[in-house]
Design a protein around this ligand. Structure first.
Ligand SMILES: [Zn+2]
Length: 224
């Protein structure tokens, strides 16, 4: 995909994040890896609902601006740490979706296997210990979890999802938030029926068939 098209896609996904209520005001950020040395990032201080392609900033592997008249996202350090640790990741989405963020504030991981789509796409979602947003410490807290999961809940903060491209990374945020919403409501009902183990195994087998050679995210918990 050409750089201009990627910038338009980032704007489109920003709009979806904003209209879905996954971010308030200027919260959240999206990045895409162009190469080992070039990344596109949403700008700092602009609502994701009102992005235009010319606002998207190009940065290097240290987060220094290469092209663009806006400040790069303040969370770019966290995104760059993920790219450094995961060669398979092409895009990262950070948001504050309300149900998943409720679990973030409660420090409760999403590791009940209630919905087949969530088991297939995400597996277990861990809670990452709190560190101040936009800091190297937050990036470092993520490191021990990065190899085993594609979705993360940041304590008292929000969510991070990763994917091979920006649409896949964003859809994981949607799946995570939907799963958080259903999990929350079933806990209000006081009753949760997890999928049986053999059905989880079938979903894992389907994932392996459709993604040869890939490791299922959240597989450690699923294989307990
Ligand atoms: Zn945030």
């Amino acid at each position: 995909m050409k750089e201009r098209e990627l910038k338009e896609l980032i704007c489109d996904i920003g709009k979806r994040m904003y209209t879905n209520g996954f971010v308030a005001a200027n919260d959240g950020n999206i990045t895409v890896r162009l190469s080992e040395k070039e990344y596109l990032t949403t700008p700092s201080g602009i609502s994701k609902g009102y992005l235009r392609p010319e606002m998207i900033v190009k940065v290097d592997g240290k987060g220094e601006t290469l092209e663009g008249g806006y400040e790069p996202s303040s969370e770019v350090k966290v995104h760059l740490k993920i790219y450094e640790q995961r060669g398979d990741v092409g895009a990262v989405v950070h948001a504050h979706p309300p149900y998943a963020t409720t679990f973030a504030v409660a420090h409760i991981p999403l590791d009940s296997y209630l919905l087949p789509e969530a088991v297939y796409a995400l597996g277990a979602v861990p809670v990452i210990p709190y560190a101040q947003p936009s800091t190297q410490e937050l990036a470092d807290e993520l490191v021990p979890y990065l190899q085993d999961y594609d979705a993360f809940i940041l304590e008292n903060h929000g969510t991070v999802t990763v994917g091979t491209d920006v649409i896949k990374a964003y859809y994981k945020t949607e799946t995570l938030e939907y799963n958080a919403k259903i999990t929350y409501m079933t806990r209000l009902l006081g009753r949760q029926n997890e999928l049986p183990r053999d059905e989880i195994d079938k979903l894992l087998a389907a994932f392996q068939k459709n993604n040869p050679g890939a490791t299922h995210p959240g597989y450690i918990k699923l294989n307990d």
